[in-house]
Design a protein around this ligand. Structure first.
Ligand SMILES: Nc1nc2c(c(=O)[nH]1)N(C=O)[C@@H](CNc1ccc(C(=O)N[C@@H](CCC(=O)O)C(=O)O)cc1)CN2
Ligand SMILES: Nc1ncnc2c1ncn2[C@@H]1O[C@H](COP(=O)(O)OP(=O)(O)OP(=O)(O)O)[C@@H](O)[C@H]1O
Length: 195
């Protein structure tokens, strides 16, 4: 299977889950997240606004905020194509849909959170493998976001993929720009690829 066929196959796997399985899975992922040593005191973290068959993040995001963490969400960069900005979410946040139909905070410069100020980056994915290699929606947004982390420029940032167990494959074809994730959380467990 080439990359495109594999992406289609994995998207189908995810779409086959029932909404009950999805919500139950998200609750299990939240339980794993809440155990992370990095989240035992209030932190700044970035998540994503789930759409379609992705692991639902609404309850996860609300719960993390209730635990005292400051939440940021991705916004498509208005100038720098295929790059993301992360914006702090607060009571006054205005929302709008981006070109993919994903709700995002309206761009306000004062709400921009530099990656260097984030402790955790929750990353959406379509598939992941035994080495933490990730396949996403195909825009390269998170590969670009993770490039500085991969180069060692963001030592305080901990990227973590969120997925269903059916998104795991033995091996993904990898490309020069792919940045493997150090950890992925699924309903069944925390996958740690660091050692
Ligand atoms: N919830 C969520 N937010 C995210 C991402 C994501 O994967 N999930 N992204 C992760 O990078 C970025 C957006 N990237 C995306 C890339 C493609 C498509 C998409 O639906 N593609 C369609 C066809 C696209 C089109 O209309 O041109 C498809 O592949 O069927 C969605 C988001 C930033 N925000
Ligand atoms: N760091 C980078 N610098 C420049 N181009 C990049 C970089 N990372 C990825 N790209 C480009 O982005 C395109 C999409 O990459 P890929 O298919 O791996 O995206 P993805 O990881 O599935 O998507 P996403 O991260 O948005 O979920 C590739 O064609 C590649 O050329």
């Amino acid at each position: 299977m080439d990359r495109q066929q594999l992406r289609k196959h994995l998207l189908k796997q995810r779409q086959a889950l029932t909404s009950q399985q999805r919500n139950h899975g998200a609750a299990q992922v939240l339980a794993h997240l809440s155990q992370l040593p990095e989240l035992q005191r209030p932190r700044r973290l970035a998540s994503y606004h789930s759409v379609r068959a992705e692991l639902p993040t609404a309850a996860i995001n609300t719960s993390l905020q209730q635990q005292g963490h400051q939440l940021a969400l991705p916004v498509l960069h208005p100038v720098n194509t295929n790059h993301l900005l992360f914006l702090h979410v607060h009571a006054g946040t205005c929302w709008q849909n981006n070109s993919y139909g994903i709700p995002e905070p309206r761009l306000a410069c004062t709400d921009i959170v530099p990656l260097a100020e984030l402790t955790l980056l929750l990353v959406p994915l379509v598939g992941f493998d035994n080495n933490g290699n990730r396949m996403g929606m195909g825009g390269g947004f998170y590969d670009r976001t993770l490039a500085a982390w991969h180069a060692g420029q963001l030592p305080h940032l901990h990227p973590i993929g969120l997925a269903f167990d059916c998104q795991h494959v033995e091996r993904l074809p990898n490309e020069a720009w792919d940045v493997p994730l150090p950890r992925v959380i699924t309903p069944a467990k925390i996958w740690d690829f660091r050692s």
